[in-house]
Design a binder for this molecule. Sequence first.
Ligand SMILES: Nc1ncnc2c1ncn2[C@@H]1O[C@H](COP(=O)(O)OP(=O)(O)OP(=O)(O)O)[C@@H](O)[C@H]1O
Ligand SMILES: [Mg+2]
Length: 503
Amino acid sequence: MEREIGTVICTSNGPSAVEFNFVVTNTSLPVPVRTGQFVEVRTEEGMMIAQVTEIVKTNRYFMHAEAVREYEKGGRPLTTIFPVDKWEYIIAKAKPLAVSVNGQLERVTFPPSPGEKVKIADKDTLAKFLGLDLENGVELGTVRYHNVPAKLNLTRLLQKHLAILAISGAGKSYLASVLTEELLLRDPSKGRVAVVIIDVHGEYVSFAEKISGNNYVDFSDKVSVFKSSFFQIAVPQISERMFGELQPQMSPIQIRELGRILKNLKKKMYETGLPYSLQDVIKEVEHDEKMSARTKEALLGWLYDLEDTGLFGPVESPNLENIVKLGRATIIDLSETISLRKKQILVSYIAQRLFDMRKQEKIPPFILILEEAHQFCPEARKELAISKGIIETIAREGRKFFASLCLISQRPVRLSTTVLSQCNTHIILRITNPYDLKHIGESSEGIDKAVLDVITTLNVGEALVVGEAVNFPLFIKIRKRKSKEPKHALNLEEIARIYEKIT
Ligand SMILES: Nc1ncnc2c1ncn2[C@@H]1O[C@H](COP(=O)(O)OP(=O)(O)OP(=O)(O)O)[C@@H](O)[C@H]1O
Ligand SMILES: [Mg+2]
């Protein structure tokens, strides 16, 4: 492709170091330049990179309204009377972003000269300017309007957490699947991580299906799925403090007394080698003689309530330590669990266990992908979400231990601001709700009014990346997935046809 597209021209206040205009001279393409595209032009400082902010078409034949009207009165359009098409030209406005001085990107302090040639930015220059990692990066798609792969550096993308935000149906889960594919297909020499997905709607389970044929890549040998109905929380792994988080109304005295009971049970466990269940905790409380009757009654109430959830047992199943491995994905399918409280208990336990094991180096660096994150760490009061505390802790401290979060939400306003502000990279797909837009404008770095306006116009599969992973807000087109899409991706008519055959 011809990269040279235009020539810098003079205007009343340019070219300057903050703005310049160029006339498009390349007529070989029907759309030679687009708003948002990156261009480069040589200046005395070095090669300058700029972004096209506005494109105007003009034609001197159409400048005078009365002349156009007079000529066209006869019923013939102006285009058939004069060679008007030869006089149409395009002027683009561009905003200088950086200049490359001896291989280093610096702030622009000097304008380009009128007459200087403007080119579409070269792949390597653009990659460098945007902070892409073309060699080892995670390939989420392509840079919009450029034939450059959007390969984001793994450390920059994940070390300080990631948030994927958009309205329903914009492609959040699709993007998370593309990210998962990249992590699973990564060569061990480039550095891999373990993936754990909290799959609220059972959208990721198709990763584990065996696939024949060449249309899709088979990930089944790298992925394990565990249904929440079979998940068992190990009671010996739960400290009295964690019990206190599961039952936020427990008083400090009750927590302290429970701590004493758990200590006794742990002692017995070491002697006999047998882990204890919630029933054992309940029995121990019932037979305890030191506890006041009131404390005992309250404590038993909290414990019976937890026992009723059916989530607790003496051992953990599946054993998280054994399944969270580099280059593998573990999917916890919560789709069969209806109760939000039960889902929060599971998420709270899993997140806490993963973080503890990571601190003790029992499991490798991992990324925890959390769908419907606003349900698990809402901005609202703590009591409403049992899992909020641990997610906020991982958000604050996780990066020191390479425990990363990827939070997915369709309601950023309802997501905890503590957590959102710790997500140093935001990938934003289409958002239309003005409250969500305002919230994002305030909580994401580098987003100005112009960028916010574009977010409302994004199509499915188009995204904006801002924050740590890139040097500059970047619009990308998400690539097609390599894994098979879940059934959810079928449309209403397709589902209806399947249903018709079954019944
Ligand atoms: N990059 C893409 N390329 C092609 N199709 C896509 C892309 N992204 C999303 N889609 C399609 O758009 C639809 C919605 O995508 P997805 O399920 O990922 O949305 P979502 O944002 O997760 O929605 P929800 O909030 O309801 O979970 C799906 O049918 C998916 O196949
Ligand atoms: Mg989704």
